[in-house]
Design a binder for this molecule. Structure first.
Ligand SMILES: [Fe+2]
Length: 364
């Protein structure tokens, strides 16, 4: 199946999806995230979440406060893997002390998203200082050392396929980001105390090989090219938005590989057209497992990691929609802030993720 401008309809439908649909109980059913072949479905009943789920693919939300972090209190530890498949892994790190070793991921690009804390990624290309809401991309094969100044919690994404900027064609080269806002390392002379040997951990999947050097391998006197680490802060992203229709979150994708897209949920105003539906549609995102680090809802910290597996319908149900419509004013601020990783292949939950779920498996 492929996208077509010829859309078939049966029964009672909205002429314009997402607009004037208050009583139509609209659901968005689509392939390829939100931009493949699509049918909008109009239900006779208001949407409801399942009363019970048996099996591994329920919607689940884990609280960060209930998680165990392998690198918290153990500087030699690596981030805790929570969801993974053969191409992609999503972990959480909580690190208070500098890595005693250098690290080189020899399988995957690594993307850090800083939830809390500040410090520096010391890389062979130079230092990348970080703060909350920074995305730091460390290319496959780059050697680095994570050195927090304050305890740092980060979402860590490892992708076998190269991570690239999402290209939003037709809108020009300066949105949603101007590449001038990227933080690119300057050469740094590291004045760390001398050591008898320097360990470089080569990470390949879940296995580690350690190579030991007599001298610190960070000794570059120059570099040039288009392969290097960089950072980007969420505040420097100017997301695409519309006053007259709620755009699908995939329109906010900022980085991606053939395996996933990285979708920030940023502060922005909602639709102002009173006929346009502000809340997201119910959807079953049949080609994307969504893994969202929820930072804030209505400005209040949440600190949760939600997993919305592909095929499992979710989004505000009837009762939540009614409560929202009772307080809604056109143009009010969106509620959710966070960062979603939408994986095109199913992700499997690790024991660490399952252990962090509240009673009933965090289902909603
Ligand atoms: Fe979703």
């Amino acid at each position: 199946m492929k996208n077509s401008w010829i859309h078939v309809h049966r029964g009672t439908v909205a002429k314009q999806a997402r607009v004037g649909v208050a009583d139509l109980n609209e659901e968005h059913y689509s392939r390829g995230g939100f931009f493949g072949p699509v049918s909008m479905l109009y239900h006779g009943r208001k949407a409801a979440d399942p009363i019970r789920v048996e099996g591994p693919i329920s919607v689940a939300v884990a609280l960060l406060g209930a998680m165990t972090f392998n690198d918290e209190g153990n500087p030699s530890g690596l981030p805790t893997e929570l969801l993974a498949n053969d191409e992609l892994s999503i972990s959480l790190s909580r690190r208070a002390e500098a890595m005693p070793h250098l690290l080189r991921n020899v399988d995957a690009d690594t993307l850090y998203f800083i939830h809390e804390g500040d410090g520096v990624f010391a890389t062979e290309f130079g230092s990348v200082e970080y703060e909350p809401e920074d995305l730091i991309l460390i290319p496959k094969g780059t050697t680095y050392r994570h050195m927090p100044s304050t305890s740092t919690t980060a979402k860590v994404i490892e992708s076998i396929a190269p991570i690239e900027f999402t290209e939003h064609r037709q809108i020009g080269r300066h949105s949603p980001i101007d590449f001038g806002v990227l933080g690119i390392p300057e050469l740094t002379e590291y004045d760390w105390p001398e050591q008898e040997e320097w360990e470089v951990k080569l990470k390949h999947g879940t296995e580690i090989t350690s190579a030991f050097y007599a001298d610190l391998p960070f000794d570059l006197t120059g570099w040039k090219g288009d392969l290097f680490p960089f950072k980007l802060n969420l505040r420097d992203i100017r997301p695409l938005n519309s006053e007259r229709i709620h755009l699908a979150p995939s329109s906010w994708s900022i980085l991606e590989s053939v395996s996933f897209m990285c979708v920030p949920f940023l502060p922005m105003s909602g639709v102002s057209d009173p006929e346009a539906e502000e809340l997201p549609t119910r959807h079953r995102n049949v080609d994307a497992d969504e893994v969202i680090l929820i930072r804030r809802v209505n400005g209040s910290p949440v600190n949760a990691l939600g997993h919305f597996p592909q095929g499992m319908t979710h989004g505000p149900a009837g009762r939540e929609r009614d409560a929202y419509h009772a307080i809604y004013e056109p143009g009010m601020q969106r509620m959710l802030e966070g960062l979603s990783i939408d994986s095109y292949r199913r992700l499997h939950r690790t024991p660490a993720f399952l252990a962090a779920l509240p009673p009933k498996g965090g289902q909603k």
